[in-house]
Design a protein around this ligand. Structure first.
Ligand code: ADP
Ligand code: MG
Length: 695
């Protein structure tokens, strides 16, 4: 059979339906997906590693012998920690697991057996160890068989070696069929090897590779990383290039056009809110799409600005879509929006992925017909096949929570929508420049008048009785409280149990207090019900996981107790603390420390007590964790890059940015034949527009 990049993986020789399903679980369906499933690292067998010279943070692979396997219960819970002890000629290392990778994983090991361990070196209480490394049998003495081995995450039924074999096969079948995407002049100028050669090399490291190959420093890696950055930059630049800029709904008026809306708000706008609104209206009055970021600390009042921008759009006869990252937040926005918009004659709709198909279809139809003016929803909004009658403005709330891979396309008939993105997460300037490229920024610096900073205390378990006493006093005075439980080892299931146990325990201990529970595993309706009861003041305290981290707004709540606060990042703590201090009541944030916290974590958490300023906290966070960690996760949506890393590959990013600038300067319309592929990629789907964010 002829193979091409669209061929399903299961049709490759040696795969079949069974393995095909294993691949599918990892999101790999076609050969194209497979060749873009890059190794997560390499093991360079020419540079054998010893336990004694491992350094914190390195991703390494080494050969060792099993000493033994132990397990112990964690605290009083039923959860277990597994410890696989390994040794080589230089020393001993512990491999710790807080969950079982798959059934039978630990039973495989017997003393003295040779294994290959791959993972990141972690420093814990002064000792070097591995957490959740991959360990596989390595009885064969094939030490010198391959010079550099690509490492893929081990999955049940798919050993790294097997994956390697299958990928090699795929490349052989595809020879000469992987198309070049970048123009030849650019490849030459930036000394980039062809696409096919590069992709192949990532999976099948060439023998002559240098020792830096395993650090992803080869020219092939550079090519792939370059390309990822290049596309992002080209999209950003093309927005500024008037020649290929899209046409948008040009609106007209000024803030007096929406006087009725402004007056219907229960407060008057702050100076910064007014200013941001003015800047937005100015953009909306232009014939090209707006790409504006509203940055303002938690509680600074971004929602009001967003609603007024929406109002302006509706009054101008267009529709508006508002996207938020959690259902809870969407629900909240929906309720508020209905209060404001429906009395003034505009229908508000609600759309999430959890809704019934028939309900979604109804909303979808009403968007196509134009009956709904403002729709609020999760990213179901962009995943659904929704056709708007005339989408004038798309707003994305808590933008940092959406990854680049969700930078999907929002479908619209005719003109492109304007974009407004909102975030409370401050990021360093140099990175902002490249991340947000050419986004215009409105800054909301001041908080609404009369807000007092949240009083923050870091406390130990020994103060629990006092903390709970204080909580009771607040509740007696009519206030409400959040109690936050951390995620435990990224396992939703375990986390959930903790929240539930705590809830059950508190209910028994304080029968007079009305407790509610909310966590990510609950059904939408259950979450909604808890949230509604809390909002209506029918619950005194809400026991919650971090599902309420962003956006949730209940001004009567004035105390938040965060258990195991050492487990959270500072920026996350700041977001959580932002749930209180939203009304006129004096507010409190209690950061409880676990019993066994290190001095470092304690000091880190204490930063929270020193400042209420989100920008300052982000700076401190960056200082403490380093840019890699800070930007490591969803903070900036970097997970959208498959290979590139904004921090590690910053130099390549700068080059790619320059290359994109050159392309636009040489050929602003991308009309030259050698750029036809670029143009095609950029305008793929015609009438579609990439979502405004790269972060
Ligand atoms: P965020 O910027 O974190 O999204 P919100 O928009 O949720 O903040 O606003 C936080 C709280 O402040 C809300 O309860 C909102 O009603 C209130 N608020 C917003 N603007 C003002 C204002 N100008 N004066 C008084 N309260 C305001
Ligand atoms: Mg908000």
């Amino acid at each position: 059979m002829e193979a091409n990049i669209d061929t399903p993986v299961q049709y490759l020789k040696g795969v079949g339906p069974h393995l095909g399903r294993a691949f599918q679980k990892r999101g790999i369906t076609t050969i194209e997906d497979l060749i873009h499933w890059y190794p997560r690292g390499y093991q360079d067998r020419r540079a054998a590693r010893k336990i004694s010279d491992l350094k914190e943070g390195e991703l390494v692979s080494l050969r060792a012998q099993v000493v033994g396997v132990r397990s112990q219960n964690l605290g009083r819970s039923k959860r277990k920690m597994w410890d696989v002890v390994l040794r080589d000629s230089s020393g001993v290392i512990h491999c710790k697991y807080f969950r079982t990778p798959y059934k039978g994983y630990f039973e495989r090991f017997s003393p003295n057996m040779f294994v290959r361990v791959e993972g990141q070196v972690t420093l814990y209480r002064g000792n070097i160890e591995f957490h959740h490394p991959d360990i596989r049998d390595d009885e064969s003495d094939d030490e010198n068989l391959d010079a550099i081995i690509p490492l893929y995450t081990e999955t049940e039924g798919l050993s790294p070696r097997r994956i390697s074999k299958i990928i090699s096969l795929a490349f052989n079948r595809l020879e000469g069929k992987i198309e070049e995407t970048l123009p030849r002049w650019l490849l030459e100028k930036y000394k980039l090897p062809p696409r096919e050669v590069s992709l192949r090399a990532l999976h099948i490291p060439p023998e002559e590779s240098g020792l830096d190959f395993s650090q992803r420093k080869s020219k092939y890696h550079r090519r792939v990383i370059f390309e990822e950055f290049f596309w992002m930059q080209l999209v950003l630049m093309s927005r500024k290039s008037t020649a290929i800029r899209l046409k948008a709904h040009q609106m007209s008026g000024n803030s007096s056009t929406i006087k009725a809306f402004i007056e219907s708000l229960p407060f008057s706008l702050t100076h910064d809110q007014e200013k941001a609104l003015g800047e937005i209206i100015e953009d909306l009055n232009c014939p090209h799409p707006m790409h504006r970021l509203v940055q303002g600390d938690v509680g600074s009042g971004k929602t009001a600005v967003a609603f007024l921008a929406a109002a302006y759009t509706l009054v101008n006869g267009n529709q508006c879509a508002l996207m938020a990252p959690t259902e809870i937040l969407c629900e909240q926005h929906y309720k508020k929006a209905k209060e404001i918009f429906e009395p003034l004659g505009f229908k508000v709709g609600f759309l999430t992925g959890r809704m019934k198909k028939s309900e979604r279809e109804l909303i979808s139809n009403q968007l196509t017909s134009g009956e709904i003016s403002l729709v609020i929803g999760t990213h179901a909004l962009i995943q659904e096949d929704v056709d708007f009658k005339s989408l004038g403005l798309a707003i994305i709330d808590e933008q940092h929570r959406f990854g680049v891979h969700q930078r999907r396309l929002l479908k619209t008939k005719g003109l492109s929508p304007h974009f407004l993105v909102m975030t409370a997460t401050p990021i360093p300037r140099s990175l902002a420049m490249t991340l947000y490229g050419d986004l215009d920024v409105s800054l909301i610096k001041e908080s609404p008048r009369g807000r007092k900073p949240v009083v923050t205390r870091v406390v130990f378990e020994s103060k629990r009785a006092q903390v709970m006493g204080f909580m009771e006093t607040q509740i007696k005075a009519g206030r409400q409280v959040y109690i936050i439980l951390p995620l435990v080892e990224e396992s939703e299931k375990m986390d959930l149990k903790d929240a539930i146990n705590e809830y059950e325990k508190l209910k028994k201990q304080y029968p007079k207090i009305r407790f509610g529970l909310i966590h990510g595993r609950m059904k939408s309706e259950e979450k909604e019900e808890s949230m509604n009861l809390f909002r209506q003041g029918k619950l005194d305290a809400l026991v919650s996981t971090t599902v309420i981290e962003v956006g949730v707004d209940v001004p009567n709540a004035n105390m938040i107790l965060i258990e195991h606060s050492e487990r959270f990042g500072l920026s996350q703590l700041h977001q959580l603390r932002g749930r209180v201090g939203r009304g006129e009541h004096k507010s409190y944030c209690v950061l409880m420390l676990g019993n066994a916290v290190s001095e470092d974590s304690r000091n880190r958490v204490r930063v929270m007590a020193e400042t209420n300023n989100g920008f300052e906290i982000a700076d401190r966070d960056l200082e403490i964790r380093g840019p890699g960690d800070f930007l490591g996760t969803r903070q900036s949506g970097l997970e959208g890059f498959k290979m590139a890393n904004m921090v590690r590959d910053f130099e390549i990013l700068v080059e790619a940015r320059k290359a994109a600038q050159e392309v636009i300067a040489r050929d602003p319309n991308l009309s030259r034949p050698e750029h036809s592929k670029l143009k095609m990629e950029l305008s793929r789907g015609d009438g579609f527009l990439a979502l405004a964010t790269s972060g």
